[in-house]
Design a binder for this molecule. Structure first.
Ligand code: ADP
Ligand code: MG
Length: 590
């Protein structure tokens, strides 16, 4: 239109569009998923904001998404009644890449250069709004924000470096609120403009959208209609004159048809949800492309009621986001189905469990719940307790699974987290301890659990023995092992720097204390006082001589019965650091 204002795209947008058009063509159909997810986000935003600004909802229209496919003209329109966009928002949102998802995508493309994985990436990140240009050569966005009294039209064409914005003037196109996207499909992509095709894509990609998605489609019903009889026939049988003949016909008409299941998956009966559903929901919700290691769907009742689905991801986040960062956006909190926040800092899970992902929906929290409320709420504290328990049950479930590899994978990724839990969460020691795994003198190639250790204990063995070392190899070769090996006593090898501190925090397992075999007072229950006295006397001159030679370098020199083939060993004092701790402390101060 003549009054349209012209705008240039930010450089990154042009680059993205170029990418979309020139390399992402084999996975075109995801455009619908991207646009529906924007519509759903817009509805979510409105629902969320209207809690505190009810005037945003002054136009009483239903929250929904409607898709109309016009196959004769090759046009698809997607209309939502969400938050819409003001003129400025149109410029900011559709002319620049300020959005994290899309920015992440561009970065991944850059990092993956030449790997040819672009089509995989689009599935993983999505390219958001611009994916419309996968199938359309012209896109019109007509949008009305409840914050503005005007409706604006954004118009862009594929391969163009600019777009236009004008005011909507056609009274027929005015909408009370929300956004209508019109896609003028490319010649080769007009096939998408079929209701059946749309339906299939919605069911495939958008089954977990929590707003109704309607498709405009032809429906039919059968009805019985009376048919006039041939008069000649009627005359033949006078008695049946009053009996009219009928036939079945199909009446066709067009109407909006509900295409998705709108009940959120966590509200459904777990018995009716398949593992595939849970996995799909996980991937969709957390933008992941690998399946989770485990999931747990539960409802709690009583003091606080909430529903939740928790997941153990298949791998730990790498780098900075690891253990130390509890702000992961891994838990999405809903109140009465309204998305509230995924911005938590240890309120719902302790930081060592911050790798757990999931959704939590509560009816007991206020809709306008704030950070402060979250931090002080008794309800949240109770929720946290339950969530933590359920998370442990889920992890225990992995450890008991027939598929051994699952727990190996879990331990490899999250073992460190649990060990941190030993240090930070005394209250849950009982739950953490059975999940720990260690190498041992009798199992130096694969991990054993403390239960396995205990089962393997000698009948008169009272303690759980361990030695801390910097590797399995050095643990295996330490002289401290000799005596225990001779007696066939198993010794845990603590080879991860955090192991020793974790064990010392736990102190005991099934009433058996953890005992460091490198400490001076190790008692293997084979003391013979008489004999020791004799030997001490016999070697007292030797001891004095050694002591003189070593001087300040050692605290004491003693006769010991703990070696069998080595002549001597350096041990730590009962209350001192173990050699391993000392090495760690040194490493830290250096
Ligand atoms: P993302 O969804 O990751 O933020 P998109 O490229 O999909 O990125 O969308 C960019 C922005 O455009 C959105 O963040 C939103 O602000 C705006 N937007 C897109 N579609 C709609 C819509 N249907 N209603 C309101 N705003 C929208
Ligand atoms: Mg989007």
């Amino acid at each position: 239109s003549p009054s349209a204002e012209k705008f240039e795209y930010q450089a990154e947008v042009s680059r993205l569009m170029d990418l979309i058009v020139n390399s992402l063509y084999s996975n075109k159909e995801v455009f619908l998923r991207e646009l529906i997810s924007n519509a759903s986000d817009a509805l979510d935003k409105l629902r969320f904001l209207s809690v505190t600004e009810p005037e945003l909802m002054k136009d009483a229209v239903d929250f929904d998404i409607r898709i109309l496919a016009d196959k004769d003209n090759g046009i698809i329109t997607i209309t939502d009644t969400g938050i819409g966009m003001t003129k400025q928002e149109l410029v900011d949102c559709l002319g620049t890449i300020a959005q994290s998802g899309t920015a992440k995508f561009l970065k991944a493309v850059k990092d993956n250069k030449g790997a040819g994985g672009d089509n995989n990436l689009i599935g993983q990140f999505g390219v958001g709004f611009y994916s419309a240009f996968l199938v359309a050569d012209r896109v019109v966005v007509s949008t009305k924000s409840p914050k503005s009294d005007k409706q604006y039209v954004w118009e862009g064409e594929v391969n163009a470096s600019s777009y236009t914005i004008s005011e909507e003037t056609d009274p027929e196109k005015l909408i009370p609120r929300g956004t209508r996207l019109t896609l003028h499909l490319k010649r080769d992509d007009k096939g998408f403009a079929h209701p059946e095709r749309i339906e299939k894509l919605v069911k495939n990609y958008s089954q977990f959208v929590s707003f109704p998605i309607y498709t405009w489609k032809e429906k039919g019903f059968t009805k019985e209609v009376e048919v006039d009889e041939d008069p000649a026939e009627a005359k033949k049988d006078d008695q049946d004159e009053k009996k009219k003949k009928t036939k079945t016909v199909v009446e066709k008409y067009w109407d909006w048809d509900l295409t998705n299941e709108t009940q959120p998956i966590w509200l459904r009966n777990p018995k009716e949800v398949t593992k595939e559903d849970y996995n799909e929901f996980y991937k969709k919700t957390f933008n992941e492309y690998l399946e989770p290691l485990a999931s747990s769907h539960f409802t709690t009742e009583g003091e606080v009621e909430f529903r939740s689905i928790l997941y153990v991801p298949p791998y730990a986040p790498s780098g900075k986001d690891d253990i130390i960062n509890p702000k992961t956006k891994n838990i999405r909190l809903y109140v009465k189905r309204v998305f509230i926040s995924d911005d938590f800092d240890g309120e719902l899970f302790p930081r060592y469990l911050s790798f757990v992902k999931g959704v939590v929906d509560s009816n007991d929290l206020p809709l306008n719940v704030s950070r402060e409320i979250l931090q002080e709420s008794r309800i949240v504290r109770i929720m946290r307790k339950r969530l933590v328990r359920k998370a442990f049950d889920m992890i225990l479930g992995i450890s008991m699974s027939d598929n051994k590899e699952d727990y190996d994978k879990f331990w490899e990724n999250f073992g460190k987290h649990l060990k941190l839990g030993c240090i930070e969460d005394r209250e849950n020691h009982k739950r953490i301890a059975p999940l720990l795994r260690f190498y041992s003198s009798q199992s130096d190639e694969w991990f054993i659990s403390l239960d396995e250790y205990v089962e393997n204990m000698k009948p008169d063995q009272k303690d759980i023995y361990y030695i801390a070392a910097d590797s399995v190899n050095s643990a295996k070769n330490t002289p401290f092992l000799e005596k225990l090996a001779e007696k066939d006593l198993e010794v845990l090898f603590l080879v991860d720097p955090i192991d020793e501190v974790a064990i010392q925090n736990i102190k005991s397992y099934k009433e058996k204390n953890f005992v460091d075999i490198s400490k001076e007072d190790l008692d293997l229950g084979d003391k013979n006082e008489e004999k020791e006295k004799e030997i001490k006397q016999e070697f007292s001159l030797t001891i004095d001589w050694v002591k003189k030679r070593l001087g300040d370098k050692v605290a004491s020199v003693q006769i010991s019965n703990r070696l069998s083939s080595s002549p001597c060993v350096l041990v730590s004092g009962k209350f001192g650091w173990s050699a391993n701790m000392e090495r760690l402390m040194k490493a830290q101060t250096m």
